[in-house]
Ligand binder design. Structure first.
Ligand code: ADP
Ligand code: MG
Length: 382
């Protein structure tokens, strides 16, 4: 009886929306790349209200189908502009003095850098979230210039093997940096990272190009430019009300996380294994922090990784968090995709339908009907 399951799903979903509060999770499925020959997609269905069905080719039929639910799912045809479209209010809130953190999470090659930065040397149309966000930041601050003046500064660091390094130091050396041990109200967690004042999007584009070049690159079987480091761009916004002189401060963290893929311990050793262990540890720590926040847990374990320490001011409290969960659609990536989705499901604090569906032996068609009526009920509510 799906009416009951549906009602249950909706109840869960609404509870999660309430709980989740300032945490939003968007999923983006990248297209198959030109030249990719065997195009079997693991994504069976994408709904308009954030529903998605994933099929595991190793388990044909009902056993292999799982449904996931996000605030939104962007399919392979979605443009950079569409993916960014709902992010503007978050940027506005930085200018209002809130802290915001935007992440891209997913396995190497799933499109994290594409979503955050866009392709190398992107034209405006291909700009990723970073440039669009900065562009909006400057545009909105201009519209307020008769009442508030803003100063904007940019830091860019990477975290590699649990060490924080400056990506913008003037001499090009990637100095190792310390993190302040308590959360700073001004968000300045890495005070020694080079801070560059910026006045326009073009200044930021220039800086990010330098930073991206400095970022550690290694090679894996999956992607020779794979990134084993987290890159964090921090935008500090300082405003002053011209009438009252009251100052405000907001910061925006834009984070391109290291690839989330599991490595086979039997295949890597030495440096590769160490990198993998550090990545694993920091991504789990991030998951634990967001999960604790979503659950409104009294203890949030920020101290378990450098990543969560650097981001502390923009995770929790009044801060707003947006995570882009990136997927490679290829059925060969199915297991990685499921592991990515399970991470996302955990941080958003809900498991929808999945286990139940397979136990009750419903097939995809039925699941789709369930999704269709779930959509219907949700849109009636809206
Ligand atoms: P990651 O940073 O997760 O390792 P990338 O962003 O480098 O992944 O993406 C891997 C490849 O897929 C790149 O060649 C990138 O240009 C391409 N790609 C990713 N997402 C898209 C997309 N939405 N549209 C077109 N190409 C994409
Ligand atoms: Mg990348």
């Amino acid at each position: 009886n799906y009416t009951a399951v549906l009602a249950e799903n909706r109840k869960l979903f609404n509870e999660v929306q309430d709980l989740r509060g300032n945490i939003r999770v968007y999923c983006r499925v990248r297209p198959f790349l030109p030249g990719q020959t065997k195009k079997q997609s693991t994504i069976e269905y994408i709904g308009e209200n954030g529903e998605m069905i994933v099929a595991n080719p190793a388990k044909p039929g009902k056993e292999g189908h799982r449904m996931f639910k996000f605030n939104k799912v962007f399919g392979p045809a979605s443009t950079q502009a569409e993916v960014y479209s709902d992010t503007k209010p978050l940027i506005r809130s930085v200018l209002d003095g809130f802290n915001v953190c935007i992440f891209a999470y997913g396995q190497t090659g799933s499109g994290k850098t594409h979503t955050m930065s866009g392709p190398d040397g992107a034209s405006e149309e291909d700009w990723g979230v970073n440039y669009r966000a900065l562009n909006d930041l400057f545009t909105i601050s201009q519209t307020r210039r008769s009442s508030i003046t803003y100063e904007v500064g940019v830091q860019m660091v990477e975290i590699y093997n649990e060490q924080v390094r400056d990506l913008l130091s003037s001499d090009g050396t990637q100095k190792k940096l310390g993190i302040l041990s308590t959360s700073q109200p001004n968000g300045l967690a890495v005070p020694d990272a080079t801070m560059n004042p910026v006045r326009a999007t073009s200044d930021v584009v220039e800086l990010m190009d330098i930073g991206l070049k400095n970022r550690s690159m290694g090679s894996t079987a999956l992607n020779e430019r794979s990134s084993r480091s987290h890159s964090i761009v921090t935008i500090h916004v300082r405003g002053k009300d011209l009438k009252t002189g009251v100052p405000m401060h907001g910061n925006l963290h834009l984070v391109d996380l290291a690839g989330s893929e599991r490595v086979d311990r039997s295949e890597v050793t030495g440096d590769r294994l160490k990198e993998a262990q550090h990545i694993n540890k920091s991504l789990s720590a991030l998951g634990d922090v967001i999960f604790a926040l979503a659950q409104k847990s009294p203890h949030v374990p920020y101290r378990n990784s450098k990543l969560t320490q650097v981001l502390q001011s923009s995770l929790g409290g009044q801060a707003k968090t947006l995570m882009f969960v990136q997927l490679n659609p290829d059925s060969n990536s199915c297991l990685e995709s499921l592991s990515t989705l399970k991470f996302a499901e955990r941080v958003s604090g809900v498991e929808l339908g999945a286990a139940k569906s397979s136990k009750e032996g419903r097939d995809v068609k039925e699941l789709m009907e369930q999704v269709a009526s779930l959509k219907d009920t949700i849109s009636k509510k809206d």
